[in-house]
Design a protein around this ligand. Structure first.
Ligand code: ARG
Length: 595
């Protein structure tokens, strides 16, 4: 019951119930015709079918009930003292068209709602998670390979989902799940052998030898055999190889951490595919025993097709004929690791949607883990796939030379552009170089993250540095600018010793659209949580910033002479600011103190 529409839903549901109609038909939402009413309930049409009545007749019953319970007391006699909160909710309850119920609420009710919510943690967002654990699998960089834009998307979206779960009261665990166990590891180890390299392995060395090794392996079957052999030895626990491998894993992680730090993406766990290794043998045995894993062309597979499949879902391969494990094997065994370590209620995978079929296979095979007695309860497995980030040419984003864009180069590009944008907009002009650089960094990260998160997760989008760094339009920098503007307004009030109570609202007509928008926070948060859709938060943040901007242009704030009204408007500014800070925080975007 944490948004205004939610509260109204409860009330209108009571009205439906009192007519003997299903409660859930009383759902109220923010009107999509704000020129006609603030909120609407469209349940009378469906209720009419149930009750075999005319929809307007049903709506009339509901409206009468609402008028008696919540509206009439004040409407009948305006000379009476202020009504109690119970009968002072609706300013208008009206039937429109075939049976829509249009609702307006009283400004006093909105003021009270805001007053209450302004005191609550997280703007009144409910803590529904109850401390249950959720593991989020995102990032997924591969050892020795440069991180590409797919990893960038995964990191940005996954980290945002982690923040959303945390705010909803879950214990959210972000795991980077590095690719550290496949044939590329053997390619590097065998390459080091061929080079007779004995000394330490640096990031530079790795970056140099991996492309060569991988090229050679592709071109030459005998060279590939060496890589396979080295991979097998590593997976079997060969001591010298393990030591080497550990060494280059560590340097790779150090490099990744620097990148993720710059991006402001956090992980609680730095595990990889290799951490699943201790679980594999037992898992394979149990699946074999239970009859879920069967031989097929020398390999060991788990058939996962179903009768009602509309497309072919091939079996998940557990072991290749040479005994090597595959991507699906480690993903399946990783579920066991996570269940034992965290007992999560959910595991959310934030991965390129082109891997959708792979996860379909893994999720289906995971059900057999329970059948084979390997887990008592299987957590809910969620595939939060995302689309491709394209260049302005509409093809998957590459560097100008056609290569993989490294994350650090992308951030530097963003940074350079952000500096130029600050100059252009004449922002931060009087601020010292160090702070200015920090501001430019925040602008760059806001630009990159917001441009990514604002898209429907599954859609492809175009990486357009020019557009995303602009201070105008639906961009991260625009939101930062608005947040900083409110910040400095509040600072000015403080400097001028204008006191106001952050919970004292006295909403007037001119403030109504901003005040109403502020009551929607929980609706959008709940939607983003339920569907794993950060873009819903982006839309709301953008609308809020725009609404604030017009409120700011339309209303006197510090210059308002009516002291109560001035205080209320400052409280509205403070509430808008708090909400924007919360939203940007959920998106993983930091706000500079000034600019
Ligand atoms: N390393 C993989 C890749 O680069 C992504 C890992 C995604 N997570 C997972 N559990 N498979 O494609």
């Amino acid at each position: 019951m944490s948004s205004l529409a939610n509260i109204l839903s409860q009330i209108v549901s009571d009205a439906f119930e009192a007519q003997g109609l299903p409660r859930e038909l009383g759902a109220v939402r923010v009107s999509d015709r704000p020129d006609l009413c603030q909120f609407q309930c469209n349940g009378a049409m469906a209720a009419a079918k149930v009750a075999k009545k005319n929809p307007r007749e049903v709506a009339a019953g509901v409206v009468d009930w609402l008028e008696v319970e919540y509206a009439r007391a004040e409407r009948v006699d305006h000379s009476k003292p202020a009504p109690t909160s119970c009968n002072s909710i609706f300013a208008k309850v009206e039937i429109a068209g075939p049976g829509f119920i249009n609702l307006d609420v009283k400004k006093s009710f909105i003021s009270n709602f805001l007053a209450e919510n302004s005191q609550k943690e997280n703007g009144g967002i409910e803590s529904v998670g109850d401390g249950q654990e959720v593991v989020l699998d995102y990032g997924g960089p591969n050892i020795a390979k440069a991180m590409h834009v797919g990893h960038l998307r995964s990191s940005i979206i996954g980290d945002c989902l982690r923040r959303i779960y945390l705010t909803a009261g879950y214990r959210a665990v972000g795991d980077v799940h590095m690719g550290d166990w496949g044939t590329p590891m053997g390619m590097i180890l065998s390459e080091l052998d061929l080079m007779g390299h004995d000394g330490p392995v640096s990031m530079e060395l790795l970056a140099e030898i991996y492309p060569k090794a991988s090229g050679d392996c592709k071109a030459d079957e005998a060279r590939m055999a060496l890589a396979r052999e080295a991979t097998r030895k590593l997976q079997d626990g060969d001591e010298a190889y393990t030591q080497r491998w550990r060494e280059f894993i560590d340097v790779s992680i150090a490099g990744m951490k620097a990148n993720f730090d710059a991006l402001g993406v956090h992980f609680d766990e730095w595990k990889g595919e290799s951490d699943a290794h201790p679980f594999i043998q037992g898992m394979v045995e149990a699946l074999k025993q239970a009859g879920w894993a069967v031989e097929s062309d020398g390999a060991l597979v788990v058939p996962v097709e179903r009768n009602d499949d509309t497309k072919e879902v091939p079996p998940l391969i557990l072991l290749k004929s040479d005994g090597a494990v595959l991507y699906g094997t480690t993903d399946l065994a990783t579920i066991l690791d996570r269940v034992q370590t965290h007992h999560p209620v959910k595991i959310v995978y934030c991965v390129d949607q082109r891997q959708g079929l792979h996860f379909e296979q893994v999720f289906r095979a995971a059900e057999k883990l329970k059948g084979a007695g390997l887990v008592e309860e299987l957590p809910e497995l969620v595939f939060a796939g995302f689309g491709t980030m394209n260049g302005t040419d509409g093809k998957p984003f590459k560097t100008r030379a056609g290569g993989v864009m490294r994350l650090e180069d992308l951030i530097s590009m963003g940074l350079e552009k952000a500096r130029a944008r600050l100059d252009e907009a004449n922002l931060a002009a009087e601020i010292g170089p160090e702070e200015r650089e920090d501001i430019a960094h925040k602008v760059a990260i806001a630009a990159i993250k917001f441009a990514d998160l604002q898209n429907q997760r599954q859609s492809d989008y175009v990486f357009d540095l020019d557009r995303m760094t602009s201070f105008e339009g639906k961009t991260g920098p625009y939101l930062l600018y608005q947040a900083v503007r409110i910040q400095s307004l509040l600072k000015k009030a403080e400097d001028q010793a204008v006191n106001f109570d952050a919970a004292a609202f006295d909403v007037r007509d001119e403030d109504l659209s901003l005040a109403l928008l502020l009551t929607e926070l929980s609706d959008h948060f709940d939607c983003a949580l339920k569907n794993h859709t950060p873009h819903v938060l982006c839309d709301y943040a953008y609308r809020l910033a725009q609404e604030f901007s017009s409120f700011y242009g339309r209303c006197h704030i510090l210059s308002e002479e009516d002291v109560t009204l001035r205080a209320s408007r400052l409280a509205l500014c403070a509430q808008t600011h708090r909400t924007l800070v919360l939203l940007l925080g959920l998106l993983g975007i930091g706000i500079p103190a000034r600019m």
